[in-house]
Design a binder for this molecule. Structure first.
Ligand SMILES: Nc1ncnc2c1ncn2[C@@H]1O[C@H](COP(=O)(O)OP(=O)(O)OP(=O)(O)O)[C@@H](O)[C@H]1O
Ligand SMILES: [Mg+2]
Length: 308
């Protein structure tokens, strides 16, 4: 397990991390979420000893992380860190050797990753001549070239087209399924919902919600209903339900989790024929909004408390 315990870091007046604790497990893909400025990149940098923490510990398999252990980790930083002028094949070989591979091992790993990512014929091209999405593929390959047991990826899917997202998402998913411990930060909550086993949501430098994503959704006290009535009619909102949105004839309702979907659908059907009815646990986006909203309210309350 990769364990971050009680991490705190201030930059002057700015609190970047405030007693942040979280755990990532082998064979699991962890979505690391939080609003801009929440402290995600700072926490990820701390795993690599790139932040001078005020307090807290980072441990892998119960022990502090030393240089040789860290070589078994792969990191895709937020500020991408490769050499723009170096040919991509040479670059991956070089990084592989830095991470402890033999010359021959680094050469074959670099070639294998270029093949995997569909860039083999570009091996001699400098990084800067590649498109943004292809540069991102090389950044991911650089993090993966030595087959790390821990992968920390800071917004790896940012700015990719849907095919790039699917390709890189699959590559990352496969690493987790092969047993790696993978932490991925992202603002694309629909993707995280599709890909990740676990989530941690942080705000104001502190962990606010963590756990198995399916369990978090199932245990939620609400369900989300999507309904479309014939003619796009907006239904009367049944008692105990809240209207979330109404767009193009599709109405979203929030209902208590113990609502009987068959009965609700029948009730709505008395107003007009039901053309679409979906009854699901709340989306990750809804859970994120609720979690972050509650922590903002809490922060404001504690700020007000300090003034009085
Ligand atoms: N080197 C630094 N010097 C000063 N302040 C910093 C530094 N690094 C981070 N911060 C501040 O710490 C806070 C957390 O930043 P961090 O980059 O970790 O957030 P983040 O969750 O990664 O945000 P984003 O989603 O925008 O990438 C922010 O207020 C940021 O301005
Ligand atoms: Mg960041």
């Amino acid at each position: 397990m990769l364990e971050l315990a009680g991490l705190s870091k201030r930059y002057g007046e700015v609190v970047a991390l405030d007693q942040l604790s979280m755990t990532a497990r082998p064979g699991r893909l962890l979505g690391f979420l939080g609003p801009n400025g929440a402290g995600k990149s700072t926490a990820m940098r701390a795993v690599f000893g790139l932040v001078r923490l005020d307090s807290g510990t980072v441990r892998w398999r119960g022990a502090p992380i030393t240089g040789p252990v860290r070589r078994r980790f792969g990191y895709m930083p937020e500020q991408r860190g490769l050499y723009p002028r170096m040919p991509i094949g040479e670059q991956l070989r070089y990084i592989g050797e830095l991470q402890g591979l033999s010359a021959a091992g680094a050469r074959s790993a670099a070639m294998a990753w270029l093949e995997e990512l569909g860039l083999a014929e570009r091996a001699e091209d400098p990084l800067r001549e590649l498109s943004h999405g292809n540069q991102q593929r090389i950044q991911l390959a650089a993090a993966l070239v030595h087959d790390p047991e821990v992968l920390v990826l800071d917004e790896p899917l940012n700015g990719l087209d849907p095919i790039g997202v699917a390709d890189l998402g699959r590559v990352i998913r496969v690493r987790a399924e092969a047993g790696a411990t993978v932490v991925l930060s992202s603002h694309q909550l629909d993707l995280v919902e599709e890909m990740c086993d676990d989530v941690v949501i942080i705000a104001g430098g502190r962990d606010r919600l963590a756990g198995d994503l399916a369990a978090i959704r199932a245990d939620h006290p609400h369900r989300e209903v999507q309904v479309r009535l014939a003619g796009g009619l907006t239904p009367e909102v049944p008692p105990g339900c809240a209207l979330l949105s109404s767009t193009n004839g599709v109405v979203r309702l929030r209902v208590p989790a113990d609502t009987d979907p068959t009965q609700l659908s029948a009730e709505l059907g008395q107003q007009a024929p039901v053309e679409r009815f979906r009854f699901e646990p709340p989306s990750l986006e809804e859970i994120f909004r609720a979690t972050v909203g509650a922590s903002v309210a809490e922060l404001e309350a504690s700020d007000a408390g300090e003034v009085t």
